[in-house]
Design a protein. Structure first.
Length: 350
């Protein structure tokens, strides 16, 4: 007897019924992220979105793509899958916020060897939560079941965020001048960078997922899988009527690689290390890993996930707004004059 269409593919390792079940389960989750402009539901060949360009003299699309990296390895090891989707959205959404863009839509790509509907639903629910926090729509995505491509129980994630900015209001750092102030916003933890080293340090420490993280009253699992903070609400508040000259998302490369990305060649960022609170997890990583603080600041955010650069005369108002929003924020430094082209652009006073 010949195989049915579904049988043939199932015997090859792909479960069509599981894929259809997943789509059915996530439809309501995805619909909760829909904002004004969404014209389609999931299941079509492409997502349709009609952007509202009112109030923009010259609209510009801003796009970014990223993944979660080896933080996923801890999600697999700890069997906790409800937060990495937030990380996925955060890594792309925060990147376009830096240029003053408003996130509009997000697309995800989920790939695995054998589709586990429950686990995948948890991941996509996290992506939807991230989209809500970013203020954008989860417009669509792709779920790929590829036998023999991944280890049992593992998957990979990629995400794509598209936003819009008015060309005249794009933030590119070109207006940064000597005397401007750097305001650092608290991270929620390690965010999604440096996890190859985090996992190595964790293995060396002998701590288990349900042990208490040193310096904390939370478990290792909860601290290390704390999702990346999405800064949409803060950026919208400050950019509404304050002159923000530059913004930085502190991702891979830490302070030393990310801050120079928005600085003119003629200036330096002079940062006072003791000016903000460093969460206990970073002290644990430094001590357990035998690292110096300069090494830490090259790899991790060390408590600062996002930086605003503003004129000194509005720094107090900006800090007042952040305090009113109950956001952890500190004045962490000032913009100085660069003496020559060989001088480091990020100088941290320990």
């Amino acid at each position: 007897m010949p195989l049915t269409r579904a049988q043939a593919y199932t015997e090859a390792g792909v479960n069509i019924d599981a894929g259809n079940s997943l789509v059915s389960r996530i439809k309501s989750i995805v619909s909760q992220t829909h904002i004004h402009g969404v014209l389609s539901d999931i299941g079509g060949f492409g997502g349709l979105f009609k952007p509202d360009m009112s109030g923009m003299a010259e609209p510009v699309l801003v796009a970014s793509t990223d993944g979660v990296g080896t933080k996923l390895k801890l999600a697999f090891a700890f069997d906790k899958h409800d937060t990495v989707g937030i990380d996925l959205v955060a890594m792309s959404a925060n990147d376009i916020l830096v240029q003053g863009a408003r996130p509009l839509l997000f697309l995800d790509y989920f790939a695995t060897g054998k589709l586990d509907v429950d686990k995948t639903t948890q991941v996509i629910a996290g992506i939807a939560e991230g989209c809500k926090q970013a203020g954008c729509a989860l417009l669509g995505g792709e779920t790929a079941e590829m036998p023999d491509m991944y280890a049992d129980g593992e998957y990979d994630l990629a995400g794509f965020c598209v936003g819009m900015a008015d060309n005249a209001k794009i933030v590119d750092g070109s207006g940064i001048r000597v005397g401007d102030v750097l305001i650092g916003l608290a991270s929620s933890g390690i965010h999604s960078n440096g996890y190859s080293l985090v996992r190595k340090i964790l293995d060396k420490s002998g701590l288990g997922p349900d042990d208490t993280m040193p310096g904390s009253d939370r478990t290792v699992k909860d601290v290390l899988l704390e999702p990346t903070y999405i800064y949409s609400d803060v950026v919208r508040n400050l950019m509404r009527d304050l002159p923000v000259k530059g913004m930085v998302h502190i991702t891979g490369g830490g302070f030393y690689d990310n801050i120079p990305r928005v600085l003119p060649n003629s200036v330096t960022a002079d940062i006072k290390f003791a000016s903000w609170d460093v969460q206990p997890v970073f002290h644990w990583l430094r001590e357990e890993g035998g690292l110096t603080w300069p090494e830490m600041l090259q790899i991790f955010n060390c408590g600062i996930g996002y930086v605003f650069i503003v004129p000194s005369e509005v720094a107090e108002e900006a800090m007042g707004r952040l305090e009113a929003m109950h956001k952890g924020a500190w004045v962490i430094g000032t913009i100085g004059r660069r003496q020559d082209k060989d001088e480091e652009q990020v100088k941290i006073l320990f």
